[in-house]
Each structure stands twice: as C-alpha cells, then as structure tokens.
Design a protein around this ligand. Structure first.
Ligand code: RIB
Ligand code: CA
Length: 309
C-alpha cells in the first residue's frame, strides 16, 4: 500500500476524489489535509468530514491554511461551480466527527519524516499547506516519495482566467515556491483533466443504486455537470480533475508525462498564475517536474467508475 496525504478544498470533484481514494486498496490514506479554495477552510473541513462519514471512513482530517501565503489578490471561491456549501447545495447536517487539532503543514512534516521516502502527497487545492510545510522543514523535499499536483495548464487554456487554473491561481506564490523547491512533482493539469469528462448517464447509474452514498454523489455531481454546461455550453460532462490526480497515484500509466521546467507567472497582469513550461528545444534549466500531457481516458474512467460509488 502506498502511504498518501490528500490535500483538499472539498469541493465536488474533491469529494469524488476522496471516495475514489478511500475505496482504493492500493492507497493507505494517512490523512486528509484541508485548505481554503473552492470554499473556506472551515467549510472544506466540514465537507471532508461529511464525505468520510458517508464512506464509513475514520481517516483523520487536519485543517490547514485559511488564506494564501502572502497576497490575497483574489476572492478564491467557486460557489458557481460547487454550490454555496461547496457540495452542490446538498448540505443537510453537520458531521459528528471532529477534525484533529493539529495544523496541516505540521501534519505533513511529521508524516513525511516518520516514513522517509515513502509518502506521496496529492494536492488538489491551492498549494499553501505544502509550501508552508517546506518553508518550515526544507528537509522534507528529499524525504517524500512524490508530490502529485492537480493544477496548472501547460499547453492548454486556463479555467479561471485565459491562462490560469484555479488551484494555482488561488495561491500562485505557494505553487511557485513548491515548484522551485526541488521536491519531486507530477503535474496533473487541465492538459489531461479536461480530457476526462464524466457524462450524466454515469451519474444516473449511481442514483439507481438506491444507496445513500449513490444518491449524495449523484446529487452533487449533477449540480457540477450543470455548472460545467453553463460554463462550457455543449461540453456534455464535468472534468474529473481531482479524481485523476488520485488515479495517477494508483496507476501512473493512466497518463503519459514529459519532463519539463515549469514556473508560475507571479507578475503578469493578464497571466497571473499561468504555469509556464520551458518548451524550447534547449531549455535554460533542468526539468523540475513530470508534466502529464496525455491520458488514457477510457481506462481511467472505467477504473474510477468501478470504485467511486
Ligand atoms: O481547476 C480544477 C480544480 O479547481 C479542482 O481541484 C477543483 O476542485 C477546483 O478547486
Ligand atoms: Ca479541489
């Protein structure tokens, strides 16, 4: 089993990623750390606990950053995509379990140090928690097994601005700090996640199971698909951004990667948060990450659907 920390801003696709991860025997979930992003960190923590309750999972939840590292330039929330509560307006009750009283960056440091060269960190939110962890404990850069980042768009348009993807845009300084740190990274960006569209018919199959989990996931995901349809008329489904990052942890060969040097634009008026890959034939720097540029959509979707609900 691969020891995993999953860093979330739950969020509908985060909820799907959590379910997929909990139901995957290849992964040992050490904890779910939470961050601001789709909703506030308090809401993300609540939503994470609720999803875990529906899955009968006792995985610890550890709250993290409430705001970006240095500059709060934008109001980072996505209620138009994820609903007022972040989970498609399905909220009816509060979780019975509480989050740990630890702080997410410290949890990351402790787990990585206690299992050297074993832990994979999957970030599917702003990268603030991981950046804070590295600032406090730079040794973890050489102690993690890998960091799988859902974020960015290297050869594709952004989703919150023409160039920027939401998780990077929510805290560009944090993302760039992590990218420059030397930590091993696999970037699962919009280049591949926008190729993983989930249509409504698959969601209806969850509803027809008649289970509480199936109904909750179907309610949330239909909201998400409708939001996608408003945003991208005719698209016919929602992008499985965060689930694909989990999928890559389970089966790295769902994707084809290219080693590239990638940094984040921190100055651009029109391109703040853009992930810029050095695509020249003779780049000025050694690659700092593996960038996913192709995905076997059919195989990933089949695997995801066989486990998520
Ligand atoms: O751009 C997609 C990402 O932004 C996903 O992590 C989604 O949950 C949102 O936060
Ligand atoms: Ca997310």
């Amino acid at each position: 089993m691969k020891p995993i920390i999953l860093d979330v801003d739950t969020g509908i696709d985060d909820a799907l990623a959590i379910s997929y991860a909990v139901n995957s025997p290849e992964l040992e979930l050490l904890g779910l750390t939470t961050c601001f992003g789709n909703v506030t960190v308090e809401e993300a923590t609540r939503n994470t606990l609720l999803v875990l309750e529906h899955l009968d999972s006792a995985v610890p939840v550890i709250p993290g950053a409430t705001k970006p590292l240095f500059v709060s330039r934008v109001k980072a929330n996505a209620t138009h995509i994820h609903g007022e509560d972040g989970i498609g307006n399905t909220l009816t009750n509060l979780p019975t379990r509480k989050a740990l009283s630890q702080y997410a960056p410290q949890f990351i440091i402790d787990q990585v140090r206690s299992k050297p060269h074993q832990v994979t960190i999957i970030t599917v939110a702003a990268m603030t928690n991981l950046a804070l962890a590295i600032m406090q404990a730079p040794d973890i850069v050489n102690l993690v097994d890998n960091v799988i980042v859902m974020g960015g768009a290297v050869k594709r348009a952004g989703n919150v601005t023409p160039h920027a993807e939401a998780n990077i845009y929510a805290d560009p300084e944090a993302a760039d700090y992590v990218f420059a740190s030397g930590i091993p990274i696999t970037l699962v960006g919009l280049d591949v996640t926008m190729e993983t569209l989930l249509p409504k018919k698959d969601v209806q199959a969850w509803r027809s199971k008649g289970t509480e989990l199936g109904t909750l996931m179907a309610d949330m995901t239909e909201f998400y698909i409708d939001a996608y349809e408003d945003f991208y008329p005719g698209i016919g489904g929602c992008g499985l951004h965060d689930p694909l990052a989990v999928g890559v942890a389970i089966c790295p060969d769902f994707v084809t990667t290219e080693p590239l040097y990638v940094r984040v634009d921190l100055d651009g008026f029109h391109s703040l948060g853009r992930t810029i890959g050095d695509l020249r034939s003779k780049p000025a720097h050694e690659p700092n990450m593996q960038v996913c540029l192709k995905v076997d959509t059919e195989r990933f979707l089949e695997h995801f659907l066989s486990r998520v609900v």
